[in-house]
Design a protein around this ligand. Sequence first.
Ligand code: FCB
Length: 492
Amino acid sequence: MPALTRRTPMLDAVHTAGTMPAAAATTSTAAVPLVGSDNGGHPERATEPESRLGLRFPDDFVWGAATSAYQIEGAATEDGRGESVWDTFSHTAGKVRDGDTGDVAADHYHRLDTDLDLMKWLGLHSYRFSISWSRIVPDGAGQINQRGIDFYRRLVDGLHERGITPMATLFHWDLPQRLQDKGGWESRDVAYHFADYASVVFDAIGQQVPVWLTINEPKTVVQNGYLLGSHAPGRRDEDAAYLVAHHLLLAHGLAVQALRSSPARDTWIGPAFNLHPTYPLDDSPAARDQAHLRDGFENRLYLDSVFRGEYPADVLAAIGPDSPMVKAIRDGDLRIISAPVDLLAVQYYCPYYIDAAGEAVNLHPTSEAFWQQIYPEGMYDILTRIKRDYGDIPLSVTENGLPTADRIGDDGLVDDPGRVGFLRDHFEAAHRAMTEGVNLQSYHVWSLMDNFEWQQGFAERWGLIYVDYATQQRIPKRSAHWYRGVIASNEV
Ligand code: FCB
């Protein structure tokens, strides 16, 4: 467990951790592209009774899957792409398991059509991807790289051609290295560079993407990038961490403003937060207080600033009035941060249980990811809590999934019953929240395909589709066949 710093609650188990416009609902009949063998047996097995609960979703419910640029694209030095902090980090000895890098990853950049055909075969209504800032603006600010724009235009066009609605994230952790060299997110300027980059993207493809997400999991950058040092840029500095939190949130607000004054002003935009339901381990007042504070650092720091225009007082007090973060908050910043958004993107992986000493305790079995306790009820709790505490915001689940120990069987198939059970149970919890009035409009499984899982490299497989990295062959896992049936029937 990492050494803990003075103000931050224990971060032992931290990973890493209206109707939406133009949501196309297509049921694809495309043949399975590029699978090693035929589906032999999987469609039947995917409809085994225990995999289905007979729950129908609303007719306009949007089913999707998610990825991010650095995790799948590869082509790290091609077509004018600049370096990002993840290139630097993954190429630094000892930072990523087995020395893996995203240089090639799932080679999605070169296999775009194959992957788009797989999405169509799955029947996806929505595909959530991220845009690499350093493909569009290689140095982070200044010169624009047309070839980067062309790639995302091909992606967006390819989705529309297949009846799939694009949902794009502007920042999924791959900050241009040149900006890191100038202070990275510790520098207020970077928030303004982000808004400039966002404007370039909005001008180029903004109107073709009905839903925009600003920053993916700012908390993970804060905690993993700046407290634990397990993610790029690998810092362990609490003062820097919360300064970064403020600038990430400011960047979010500035990008919302940029969208509103762009040709894409009628599209939707919101933040993507990983939210952790945080429970006291027992009934003691100390455990309750500790859980409440931990909830502040996990959830309220981000939710209150965006949806209430204020930072939670207990969190600010814990960070300290003399901290660089608190001193960096300027008049008007919270107004920018709380610029009205159209949706909240929720990423749910696991809960925390906090004891009277403020330590997190695992109560449930974990997945292959050491930090992930499997607790589907947490999905219900977090969705209903958002409605209770922040109102009737349109919600999208933009990530939920788990890694399993997948391998290609002798029959050429990849059998992942654990993923089927996990998704079924989380879909059920989301469905129950919806029947109680939660305005959940879409659900994106993490992930479309196996990919570079940050400091775990390629060792963890999170995909619905197996990627054989030696050959780059794609094989839909049993869960992909099952999910295809869910989407086609709109029933779990
Ligand atoms: C989320 C990240 C995503 C992936 C999953 C497993 O925190 O946003 O890129 O790593 O976890």
